[in-house]
Design a protein around this ligand. Sequence first.
Ligand code: DAH
Length: 332
Amino acid sequence: MVELLEKIDKATSSEELEKVRIEILGKKGILAKEFAKLKNLPPNQKREVAKELNEIKQQCLEKIERKKEEIKEKELYQRMEKEKIDISLISHTLTSGGYHPVIETMDRILDYFQKLNFAIEEGGLVEDDFHNFEALNLPKHHPARDMQDTFYFQDGYLLRTHTSPVQIRTMKKQTPPIRMVAPGTVFRRDFDLTHTPMFHQIEGLVVEEAGKVSFANLKAVLEDFLRYMFGDVEVRFRPSFFPFTEPSAEVDISCLFCGGEGCRVCSHTGWLEVLGCGMVDSNVFKAVGYENVSGYAFGLGVERFAMLIHRVPDLRSLFEADLRLLEQFRNL
Ligand code: DAH
């Protein structure tokens, strides 16, 4: 009897316990053999021994049951130990992302104009000669086309060199008044410290009945916009030339780095050029069939704004996907 209970006690796994159970209680097990012997005993002993055997059987069953629970618990702990995941080791790759500085700058610019009720318009990246040049008063062989080195496709299509064609497409599908900004990527064959073959522009256009908008409106909006973007800066309008506007101007802000004293960034002029603008040329209105209207337009490079705001010295670094640079903008 004691031996049997010890046997049970020695089992260390479910399998071992099951083996022991069969050995003791199975059909051909130790107890079965003992029970079989009963028939050879004289009747007076038979009852006695049978009773004893039944008690032993009962005890073995109980012991096995207890042992089973014990082993089950032990095995559960062993399994938990083996399958344990150390959640205290947080992987450093689980950091959150952030906006790219160019996109963040673009969003800020669009925010400003949306508050002034400008609609956001978008055009395709592949344009034809008419929308990218011709309708913008840049006829074939016009010397101003040299300002933009263009990626051409073989069939006469091209990658847009500016977002100005969106002006044309919007005017063609709508009637005045128009108040729109067109953000997007543009492409030119250029690559150096301040030029990449792909960059982002935002074009603005306002068209009203003739006489309802003037250069003064353009000036007021852009001055306010530039102070919204750059804080307390001086703004100056310089006469310039764009084929699609007449008169045209380039707009400068006082240098953010030296406050106008003159430094390397502003080439010692005290000024930083930030955008182009003007009153829409009558030839542009003619190309889209508009009459008796006036309007103004402007265009800016988003990377230039981002570089000035975040003091990034090399434009190309914005597109190298170098996490060391991008991580600095994670909390924008
Ligand atoms: N399209 C010009 C460029 O890419 C930028 C520009 C200048 C747009 C003056 C305008 C404008 O609408 O009035 O260089």
